[in-house]
Design a protein around this ligand. Structure first.
Ligand code: PHE
Length: 425
């Protein structure tokens, strides 16, 4: 049986070598005449596998919607997906394969900043536009003008949680437990501390771990002695859930704070009850009652059997931004496409209006979500806007839950304790 399978797959891959890739292509156009090939890479089998699965699903839904409506400039979008197992080395290998072998016109990915940082130079060098839906470390887009993103960056995300800790939770002291193998985590540690200090707080102890660690009791015990008001844990779901459990086991009941990296359906299974009294910053809330968002939540859930997390939402938006740019560029010439992507303004995404700034980063508000493990759910708390961005006016009549706008350090928090009836996109 096994042998039959092996030889079948051999036959298949030989067929594919001839049928799937048009070797005569010179790389400036999509090799298969009628489709526009887009490369997507992410982790579907490693330590952050739910990130890649959600990303792939979000893009698939967006492409299906676009193709059902006739495609882009008369052509259908085709996704070519590669699993990078969540490592920077593999990310670099698979993006090279997508660009050089599959001749994709653009690449969407990665999620984890360290993986995007490893892959981006390949795209930049080949002059193939890469849009990361969700990597938030500032260094990613600094690689060059072919690299952009549809999410906010971590100096903002770190400041959001520092503001929430200082202003909403009234914390005076914080401990930070960061992932030393992740650029994302190292950045957030720095940005959180900078803002928390500005607001009069003090980071009294900083400890680190590495991805795939299982035992955090040493670091936590060291922190316990200092009794911080809150612990900031800017990591990914696999480790942070275990950290939460071990902290509670050690009798540490202070609020735990995190970032977008906590967002995974796996979090609840791993962390359980220990996730009470925990809050994260994130890109969007599935609670948002705006009809465009609820429509997306409904379609995604019907197709994939689970509500879309922020990765799925950002990937969906990245795919739509790319399609819009191909349309505006009048084709897939890579220099023109890059210009069109970088000129994206006010694109109505499910994660908010997307406008890329001069550094090719999206400028968007963040949401603070409270973890509700009993319902395996992130519950909307407040929206925090970046400096200089004013919250859209809500019609007072349609919203009886008065919005509490408070201006702290030039940024605005809009709080609504009554679920998300004024969650902002
Ligand atoms: N922002 C994270 C990073 O840069 C990735 C991430 C985004 C994870 C959104 C979960 C949700 O590494």
């Amino acid at each position: 049986m096994k042998r039959v399978f092996l030889s079948l797959s051999l036959v298949f891959s030989i067929l594919c070598t001839f049928a799937c890739v048009d070797k005569s292509s010179n790389g400036t156009v999509a090799p298969t005449g009628d489709t526009i090939r887009v490369g997507v890479y992410g982790d579907t089998t490693g330590a952050t596998s739910s990130f890649g699965v959600s990303t792939k699903n979000g893009i698939q839904l967006a492409f299906e919607e676009i193709n059902a409506a006739g495609g882009v400039n008369g052509k259908k979008l085709e996704m070519i997906f590669e699993d990078d197992q969540g490592t920077p080395e593999k990310a670099k290998t698979v993006i090279s394969k997508l660009i050089n072998q599959d001749k994709v016109v653009a690449v969407l990915g990665e999620v984890a900043s360290s993986n995007s940082l490893a892959a981006a130079p390949v795209a930049q060098e080949a002059k193939i536009p890469m849009i990361t839906p969700s990597s938030t470390n500032p260094k990613v887009t600094e690689v060059g003008d072919y690299i952009s993103r549809v999410c906010f960056i971590d100096p903002f995300q770190g400041s959001v949680m520092a503001k929430f800790a200082a202003n909403t939770l009234k914390a005076k002291t914080a401990a930070v437990l960061g992932d030393n193998s992740s650029d994302y985590s190292k950045g957030l540690t720095q940005f959180f501390e900078e803002e928390f200090t500005k607001l009069g707080g003090k980071v009294i102890t900083k400890q680190t771990y590495a991805q795939r660690d299982q035992d955090f009791k040493g670091q936590l015990t060291a922190m316990r002695g200092q009794n911080p008001d809150v612990i900031y844990i800017p990591g990914y779901y696999g480790e942070v859930a275990i950290i939460a459990r071990q902290a509670r086991e050690l009798g540490m009941n202070m609020p735990l704070l995190g970032g977008d990296g906590w967002d995974s359906p796996e979090l609840w299974k791993l962390g359980g009850e220990a996730l009470n009294k925990a809050y994260i910053s994130n890109h969007y809330s599935a609670d948002n009652p705006a009809p465009e968002i609820q429509n997306f939540v409904k379609n995604y859930t019907a197709k994939f059997g689970a509500a879309p997390d922020s990765l799925a939402a950002l990937a969906y938006d990245a795919a739509k931004v790319l399609a819009d740019a191909i349309k505006r560029a009048g084709g897939t010439d890579s220099a023109k496409l890059k210009e069109a992507i970088n000129a994206t303004k006010n694109f109505a995404g499910v994660t908010g209006a997307i406008t890329l700034d001069g550094s090719r980063n999206a400028v968007k508000p963040a949401v603070v979500l409270e973890l509700t493990p009993a319902q395996s759910k992130f519950t909307f708390k407040e929206t925090i806007y970046p400096e200089g961005m004013t919250p859209p006016a809500t019609t007072a009549a349609s919203n009886s839950n008065a919005m509490n706008s408070n201006t702290n350090m030039n940024s605005t928090a809009v709080t609504n304790t009554n679920a998300a009836s004024n969650a902002t996109r």
